[in-house]
Ligand binder design. Structure first.
Ligand code: TYD
Length: 206
């Protein structure tokens, strides 16, 4: 049996990634594709506990290295417990964020360095990589406006401010230059226009 397709979505906070994720989910449903959706950090009982530690704004004394290792710990758990078994059964897995988030947020924006992050990403996933990654790219100013309209409460990561988000965006674009599986999609357009591009890549790749 063929391994299932592993698809991940990435982008800065407020980029519209969740909308695209939902649209691809509905598209796969309409096509009768067997798939599973997960998110990072979280997606397992242990991972959700780690998520709470990572995103709780009260944990403002957390050191960058602690943060990196906790994201990787949650990832190790979900990869072994959920993602790899599903792929091996031939199920397509859609993941809302995966290790490119760590490249952009911890490696680039937290300045822990690409080399360290790539090594830990590989350790946490035992070499498992997405087949295709959609990077929904928008300027930080547009993302901030959208988040303002939604009026959502910030979590610890979202609370880090504009300069941090600018760095995250740069980190993502750097990753996209290194890894051809990352497809950069302009997220400024209407969701349906953005989704046409997502769908096109999916159809080409599947
Ligand atoms: P979440 O509410 O899941 O964000 P979103 O809805 O934007 O996907 O929060 C996850 C936050 O954690 C988000 O700000 C990105 C950050 N993050 C990292 O910093 N490193 C990582 O490896 C991952 C997976 C997420």
């Amino acid at each position: 049996m063929n391994r299932g397709l592993f698809i991940t979505f990435e982008g800065i906070d407020g980029c519209g990634k969740s909308t695209q994720f939902q649209m691809l989910k509905e598209y796969l449903e309409s096509k009768g594709v067997n798939f599973l959706v997960v998110r990072e950090p979280g997606g397992t009982v242990i991972g959700e506990k780690i998520r709470e530690i990572l995103l709780n704004k009260k944990n403002d004394s957390m050191r960058p290295l602690t943060e990196l290792l906790l994201f990787e710990a949650a990832r190790a758990q979900i990869t072994e417990e959920v993602i790899r078994p599903a792929l091996e059964k031939g199920t397509c897995v859609l993941c809302d964020r995966f290790f490119d988030s760590t490249y952009a947020y911890q490696g680039y924006a937290r300045k822990l360095g690409a080399e360290k992050v790539l090594m830990l990403n590989d350790l946490a996933t035992a070499g498992l990589e997405p087949d295709i990654t959609f990077l929904i790219d928008i300027p930080v100013s547009v993302a901030l406006e959208r988040r303002g309209i939604r009026g959502e409460a910030d979590d610890r990561m979202e609370a880090l401010g504009t300069a941090f988000q600018e760095d995250v965006r740069k980190g993502y674009l750097e990753a996209a230059e290194k890894f051809s599986r990352i497809k950069v999609i302009d997220g400024k357009d209407e969701p349906s226009v953005v989704f046409e591009k997502v769908k096109k890549y999916y159809e080409e790749y599947k």
